[in-house]
Design a protein around this ligand. Structure first.
Ligand code: FAD
Ligand code: AMP
Length: 483
């Protein structure tokens, strides 16, 4: 006899595990199936985000930042730090410990919320049935009134640079280097390429990022992207735009190996570079391998994502899909919010999600963060808007911290003054942009932020001043009304 649940979730990444917890909180009998095994071969929850994504990358970004600060920035404060060394295996081990704590944390949350945690693979069959195969190959058919598909995404592979997990790695392999590569190539100067390139550059690698597109960070507000590019060049990141990688060859060099990468430069000429390691960061694709039986009724869209409507319903009744495996930005928090929405919908609530206000962050130093629409998007849509900018170079708190690079750019509707977007490159940009996201969720105007009392001295004051600047009222700089 098959076991019957109210909800079965397939995939325990930030989309799936959050959906499972919320469903169980609402009194639904819930199981969550996860196929991930950690380095020790043990089944773990948390998906890409906790195991090889958001969390481990931030652990390495924070470690490498501290090292770099001690080497390069302490002097300014009158602190001399000599003999500062990095122990790469210890740094990697610390990262692994954090991952372990958090994945164990999800297991604990499953227990306390009474989610049945099943390790192995799930396959959706017709009629809300799920074929569950555990890690020993034992099969069981489970049944549920509702099934939530949350199988996430995997790195895109390109034939011109095949990952060998030795010299050529993807984002997962780049979190495991045991020593600092002398010369490091990165294919793709997108979010992940910039973060991983920054980690190893701060630790001493000479990093070259090869990016096929002409525009740097094409999806970001271009004024912010241009400023960020200048800052990264100053930091020594060698970002080469309009350069498409066309081939790679791994060669032995004495006891070591290296990779010769060929690419077409901006003038169409073929160029060669030699690296000790090469990271392929050309994006991620939705993962549905082995997930769907032919007769399960779930359709994919033209990009290979599971097709869903605004409420994350698939084309099969009672089957939902959330997170990276469906349309929209591949961000952990986007999937988690979809998880909450779907669980609450299953429980009969009328929850909807606001896809217009999803913050997006690149955790370089300084950080780049955005919410809402860019100036380019507004122009393309023929919207009337006004802009306020405040540079960190004149923020008292930023000066005190020696973090003077970057700016806050606030965009509001020309007539209603309602905030349409905020784009920041600068210290703690991720946390600053979240303040604006909250304001936008409440339909705030730039004037509302301008009228809010901000603590002094804070980095947040730059958000305040940018909001004031939207209407030409900034206090701590000369106002240049741009309309
Ligand atoms: P996933 O996290 O991919 O989880 C899906 C899970 O489903 C996996 O554990 C997989 O094993 C499991 N699964 C798949 N098929 C089956 C099956 N048939 N049966 C059982 N289980 C199955 N996002 C951010 O928001 N902020 C960041 O700072 C950030 N940094 C990142 C850094 C890196 C290096 C990478 C690679 C990604 C980063 N991301 C970041 C993206 C983020 O990790 C993803 O958006 C997020 O993990 C997607 O969540 P998900 O639950 O949809 O899928
Ligand atoms: P993201 O989607 O943010 O992860 O960024 C991936 C980046 O990789 C995109 O900006 C692509 O333009 C870039 N890219 C994809 N293929 C290649 C290639 N062959 N050579 C260089 N860059 C590439």
């Amino acid at each position: 006899m098959s076991t019957k649940y109210d909800v079965i979730v397939i995939g325990a990444g930030p989309a799936g595990y959050v959906a499972a917890i919320r469903a169980a909180q609402l009194g639904l009998k819930t199981a969550c199936i996860e196929k991930w095994k950690n380095k020790e071969g043990k089944g773990v929850n948390g998906g890409t985000c906790l195991n090889v994504g958001c969390i481990p990358s931030k652990a390495l970004l924070d470690s490498s930042h501290k090292y770099h600060e001690a080497k390069a920035d302490f002097d300014v404060h009158g602190i001399s730090a000599t003999g500062v060394k990095i122990n790469v295996p210890s740094m990697i081990q610390r990262k692994d410990e954090i991952v372990k704590q958090l994945t164990n944390g999800v297991a604990g949350l499953f227990t306390s919320n009474k989610v049945t945690s099943l390790f192995g693979t799930g396959k959706l069959l017709a009629g809300h049935k799920v074929q569950y195969t555990d890690h020993n190959g034992k099969e069981e058919i489970l049944e549920a009134d509702n099934v939530i598909l949350a199988t996430g995404s995997i790195p895109v592979a390109i034939p011109v640079a095949k990952v060998d997990n030795d010299v050529i790695v993807d984002s997962t392999g780049a979190l495991e280097f045991q020593e600092v590569p002398k010369r490091l190539g990165v294919i793709g100067a997108g979010v992940i390429g910039l973060e991983l390139g920054s980690v190893w550059s701060r630790l001493g690698s000479q990093v070259v990022l090869l990016e096929a597109l002409e525009d740097f960070l094409a999806i970001m507000d271009q004024q912010i992207a241009k400023d960020a590019k200048k800052i990264f060049y100053k930091q020594g990141l060698d970002i080469r735009l309009n350069c498409r990688v066309t081939g790679s060859e791994v060669k032995s060099k004495g006891k070591k190996k290296e990779v010769v990468v060929t690419y077409k430069d901006a003038d169409g000429n073929e160029q060669k570079e030699i690296f000790d390691k090469l990271i392929v960061c050309v994006g991620r694709r939705p993962f549905t391998d082995g997930l769907l039986s032919e007769d399960c009724g779930v359709k994919l869209d033209e990009r290979g994502s599971i097709y869903v409507n605004d409420l994350c319903s698939t084309s099969a009744p009672g089957v939902w899909a959330i997170g990276d495996v469906v349309r929209g930005p591949m961000l952990a928090h986007k999937g988690s919010e979809e998880g909450v929405m779907v669980a609450e919908r299953i429980a009969g609530q009328k929850t909807v999600m606001n896809y217009d206000i999803i913050p997006n962050v690149i955790y370089t130093h300084p950080e780049i963060a955005a919410v809402g629409q860019t100036e380019e998007q507004l122009k393309a849509n023929g919207e009337k808007y006004k802009v306020g900018i405040f540079p960190f170079a004149i923020s008292g708190r930023a000066m005190a911290a020696n973090e003077r690079d970057g700016m806050v750019k606030m965009i509001a509707h020309e007539e209603t003054d309602r905030i349409l977007g905020c784009h920041i490159v600068g210290p703690s940009a991720a946390d600053l942009v979240q303040q604006v996201a909250i304001a936008m969720e409440f339909g705030s105007s730039a004037e509302d932020i301008g009228m809010t009392v901000f603590g002094h001295p804070t980095l947040s004051e730059a958000v305040h001043e940018a909001a004031l600047a939207v209407n030409g009222h900034a206090i701590h700089m000369a106002n240049r009304k741009r309309r």
